[in-house]
Design a protein around this ligand. Structure first.
Ligand code: NAD
Ligand code: UDP
Length: 313
């Protein structure tokens, strides 16, 4: 049994991770400031004596004894991370400094939830981990992209300079139950719109691509990454290589929900990446043959069922 700290544990991914770690017999401490997270996502865990909840902002130092840290605290939806961009940078950078400082002091192993956004609007396709990316350092996405890039730099330097045991994963677009209806990311937006027969909002011409990963595949990848030997630090891409345009995503969701929604075309936000697809060769090799198991249609059906119930409440 390990004692494990999950920052951002009341968020979409964090709440799934807390649940999985508890099911595997660990003690879990969930830390969150509830910016985009909600207690409802973890309320069913509160009676578990091996679960603890701390309201805390990662931009402030915190001391606790744990064996492992999963650092997830950071808003992930463009709408939320652009709401207060300076705070987003502080969360990524000061959060990383505080959690790495803690890991150093208590000799904990620490995993960083980095992102495919470190590749920006990529010109190499699919993206391999050795690609340095194509990021606008002063654009509207830079608070997130550069914050996460700086966090990666902090991680590798704490490893090189202080021997902190680090793991970096670059997460590609992930979706599933426990997303918020007003999260603002594309899968939740389209499903909520389709279930309510409202217009489906396609930004731009809808030919931009993303590769969507179901949340259980991500969680499996995270756990396997944490379990690798100290010599493997990453970064490693964790995503589903199935690549779809936003038009294809919308068509799939309309079909699966039987919706009467129509497509409407809205302006494309600035610096919106035109394509994104992970090369997962490294993950396959280093994470014991890990690869995504859930197809887009299967994952969408589960997510639609979740939102259908949520909207009926
Ligand atoms: P989310 O917004 O649902 O979760 C983020 C959590 O962090 C929330 O509970 C929020 O309240 C908390 N948080 C934000 N700022 C904080 C702060 N200063 N102190 C403490 N807690 C804070 O997003 P998510 O999709 O669950 O993403 C989790 C992590 O995974 C993020 O770091 C994100 O960058 C990364 N990631 C996610 C995806 C994805 O597609 N879901 C893709 C790439 C990377
Ligand atoms: N998008 C869209 N309609 C929406 C929300 C998003 O067409 O209602 C597009 C967005 O412009 C982007 C893609 O869907 O091209 C993925 O957006 P999301 O915010 O989910 O993630 P990210 O851009 O960070 O990958």
């Amino acid at each position: 049994m390990n004692r494990i700290l999950v920052t951002g544990g009341a968020g979409f991914v964090g709440s799934h991770l807390c649940e999985r770690l508890l099911n595997e017999g660990n003690e879990v401490v969930c830390m969150d400031n509830y910016f985009t997270g909600k207690k409802q996502k973890i309320v069913h865990l509160i009676d578990n004596p091996y679960f603890e909840l701390i309201r805390h902002d990662v931009t402030m130092p915190y001391f606790i004894e744990v064996d492992q840290i999963y650092n997830l605290a950071c808003p992930a939806s463009p709408v939320h991370y652009q709401y207060n961009p300076i705070k987003t940078i502080k969360t990524s950078v000061m959060g990383a400094i505080n959690m790495l400082g803690l890991a150093k002091r208590i000799r904990a192993k620490i995993l960083q939830a980095s992102t495919s956004e470190v590749y920006g609007d990529p010109v190499i396709h699919p993206q391999t981990e050795d690609y340095w990316g194509h990021v606008n350092p002063i654009g509207i996405r830079s608070c997130y992209d550069e914050g996460k890039r700086c966090a990666e730099s902090l991680f590798v330097n704490y490893n090189a300079q202080n021997n902190v045991r680090i793991k970096i994963i670059r997460i590609f677009n992930t979706y599933g139950p426990k997303m918020e209806p007003d999260d603002g990311r594309v899968v939740s937006n389209f499903i909520v719109q389709a279930l309510q027969n409202q217009d489906i909002t396609i930004f731009g011409d809808g030919n931009q691509t993303r590769s969507f990963q179901y949340v259980s595949d991500l969680i499996e990848g995270m756990i396997r990454m944490m379990a690798t030997g100290d010599d493997f630090t990453g970064p490693v891409n964790i995503g589903n290589p199935g690549e779809f345009t936003m038009l294809e995503l919308a068509q799939n969701i309309i079909e699966l929900t039987g919706s009467k929604s129509k497509l409407v075309f809205l302006p494309l936000p600035k610096d919106d990446p035109t394509q994104r697809q992970p090369d997962i060769s490294l993950a396959r090799e280093k994470l014991d043959g890990w690869e995504p198991k859930v197809s887009l249609r299967e994952g969408l059906m589960k997510t639609i069922e979740y939102f259908d119930q949520l909207l009926a409440e």
